[in-house]
Design a protein around this ligand. Structure first.
Ligand SMILES: C[S@@+](CC[C@H](N)C(=O)[O-])C[C@H]1O[C@@H](n2cnc3c(N)ncnc32)[C@H](O)[C@@H]1O
Length: 344
């Protein structure tokens, strides 16, 4: 596997090791552990991630094609490399993911890694290409996770307390859908009232990648709410989502808003919010969170997830996602499963 050249800029020197950990999660989850001996190699000065596999079925190639850092895949025959055609699931032009630029955006390649690792850790991983999974980002900012989920053909729901983020994302997605002439319909766009009071704002859209799909009633749903994340259960029903994927505030660019005001520590926000998010997750589903370990240690984040009845995955490749982003941020990924479904 040849890594995307941009991966180096995003992760500095950590990109091959992160790709190796992501590959290991895929192998264990949907490939029956069939990929072995993964190692970072160097061919004529270019780094590759090389691994052994008996034979790659089309299905296996489809899964590998979704790896967040994959640029090209080859079958190695001695010193010769034979290209293997990738089978990407991408349903839309990739500017859906790349156009928006703003301070505090979670890097898109990392967002894909987080979504992938969470998906592969859920009981629903084998269904990625065959069912419309429902993905929720409860701190969605301007929608990086939502856009990646839409790319995969998932339903996407998001929530953020910041009105500027909500407005910017709503404006972006509406313009983008129009400009790309993608068939869509606004199901709701406006304030949400309860007992006469406005408790948030909401944008609900249905979209279809092609006219044929629209005719056949195949639609993806996008549902974005502006409200405090601890109130998520007022907007979404229990067991609504297969996956919850979120990049928590870093205590640098964004603070974490809690009832007590703007806190620097994301653990206060997570303590209040994770039990609410856990209710919205279907048994067999998984939660994936990334955060800054310089402000909250991994054990603390794992304890918060466990206290909400989730099962943190804390061994093997799951311990290999920690990487430095800049001087103030050392990011890590923590995934936990919701028990209760056979095989989940
Ligand atoms: C690291 S950013 C996520 C960025 C997002 N992934 C993106 O690429 O746009 C964390 C987000 O958490 C939001 N946030 C912090 N406290 C919150 C709360 N109590 N309820 C809802 N959102 C909150 C912030 O507004 C911020 O957008």
């Amino acid at each position: 596997m040849l890594l995307l050249p941009s991966a180096n800029r995003v992760y500095a020197n950590a990109s091959p090791e992160l790709a190796r950990a992501e590959l290991a999660v895929f192998s264990d989850s949907v490939l029956g552990g069939a990929l072995t001996d993964a190692e970072v190699t160097n061919r004529s000065g270019v780094p590759y991630l090389e691994f052994t596999a008996e034979r790659l079925t089309d299905e296996a190639t489809t899964f590998l094609s979704q790896l967040s850092a994959i640029y090209a895949l080859f079958e190695a025959d001695g010193s010769l490399l034979k290209p293997v055609e990738l089978r990407r699931l991408d349903r839309y032009d990739d500017d859906l993911i790349t156009i928006q630029k703003y301070q505090g955006k979670t890097n898109e390649q990392f967002t894909k890694l987080l979504l992938n690792v969470t998906m592969m850790s859920s009981a629903f991983a084998p269904e990625l290409a065959s069912r419309r999974l429902a993905v929720f980002d409860p701190l969605c900012g301007r929608g990086t996770t939502l856009n990646q989920a839409l790319m995969y053909g998932c339903d996407a729901a998001g929530l953020d307390a910041d009105r500027r983020d909500f407005d910017a994302y709503a404006a972006f997605i509406k313009t983008w859908l129009q400009r790309k002439r993608i068939k869509h319909h606004a199901d709701y766009d406006g304030p949400v009232r309860r007992d006469g009071k406005v408790i948030g704002r909401r944008l609900q859209l249905s979209l279809s990648a092609t006219k044929e799909e629209q005719k056949a009633g195949l639609v993806q749903r996008l549902d974005v709410v502006c409200a405090d994340t601890t109130r998520a259960a007022e907007f979404f029903r229990p067991d609504a989502f297969d996956l919850i994927v979120t990049d928590a505030p870093y205590g640098v660019q964004h603070g974490s808003r809690t009832a007590a005001g703007l806190a620097r520590r994301p653990q206060d926000l997570l303590t209040a919010a994770v039990p609410v998010w856990a209710q919205l997750l279907r048994p067999g589903g998984a939660v994936g969170i990334s955060w800054n370990t310089l402000v909250a240690p991994r054990e603390q984040a794992a304890a918060i997830l466990a206290a909400a009845g989730l099962e943190p995955l804390d061994s093997g490749p799951y311990l290999q996602f920690r990487h430095r982003v800049d001087q103030a941020i050392v990011r890590d990924v923590l995934v936990a499963r919701k028990p209760g479904r056979a095989g989940g």
